[in-house]
Design a binder for this molecule. Structure first.
Ligand SMILES: Nc1ncnc2c1ncn2[C@@H]1O[C@H](COP(=O)(O)OP(=O)(O)O)[C@@H](O)[C@H]1O
Ligand SMILES: [Mg+2]
Length: 204
């Protein structure tokens, strides 16, 4: 990593954990510190990626197809958006990244971890986020939040048992890489969530 390279932050967690809400806060806070900040999301981030997002959030498909489309969108986003931004010194915040595939398609839908690891290596090489903020929250709390917030997409329509597996998958991944993946107690008030984020971003 050259000295000029920016930082790559990812935000993870089950639907309704508060990722998108707090990504905006992170963006504002890091800009106020003088960084160029690029905000992106997965799937999405490029014209192609946003088209794939529409398909992924609406169209029924098997779990392997879903996995491959997720990685296709990720590849495009890395090449077109994330890598160039990091190279010019920007801080990139991505609302979800590869940990989400391990949690949703892996733990949630049973796609084998070794297949995911091959795709991760293919698309990312050695690149990993500098910091991943894992918004961890009780599944019932997250579902209650979503009920009041929006019409559910194809993923958000999954049942509670699915989200329990996804949550457990995220926590297992965090246990394997505790330096990179920091757990945020996301069931707390927004103010308390932000104070946890403050501490984590001050250390990178
Ligand atoms: N800490 C929090 N406490 C209470 N409600 C929250 C909190 N964080 C987010 N919310 C609300 O929960 C809903 C889902 O938040 P969102 O940021 O869209 O979650 P995600 O992007 O993880 O799916 C929104 O209505 C949001 O206002
Ligand atoms: Mg969101």
């Amino acid at each position: 990593m050259s000295a000029a390279r920016g930082r790559f932050l990812t935000v993870e967690g089950i639907d309704g954990a508060g990722k998108s809400t707090h990504v905006s806060w992170l963006e504002k806070t890091l800009r106020a510190r003088g960084h160029e900040v690029l905000l992106t999301r997965e799937p999405g981030g490029t014209a192609l990626g946003e088209s794939l997002r529409k398909l992924l959030l609406a169209e029924p498909m098997d779990a392997d197809t879903e996995t491959l489309l997720m990685f296709a969108a990720r590849q495009a986003s890395l090449v077109e958006v994330i890598a160039p931004a990091l190279a010019r010194g920007a801080w990139v915040i991505s609302d979800r990244f590869t940990d989400a595939t391990f949690a949703y398609q892996g733990a949630g839908k049973g796609v084998a971890e070794d297949k995911l690891a091959v795709l991760e290596r293919w698309v990312q090489g050695d690149l990993q986020p500098d910091l991943t903020l894992l918004f961890d929250v009780d599944v019932k709390v997250a579902r209650e939040r979503l009920k009041n917030a929006r019409e559910p997409d194809r993923f958000e329509r999954e049942g509670g048992a699915f989200f329990e597996r996804v949550r457990a998958g995220y926590l297992e991944r965090a246990a394997k890489d505790p330096q990179r993946i920091r757990i945020v107690a996301a069931g707390e008030t927004p103010e308390h969530v932000q104070s946890q984020l403050e501490i984590y971003i001050s250390n990178i």
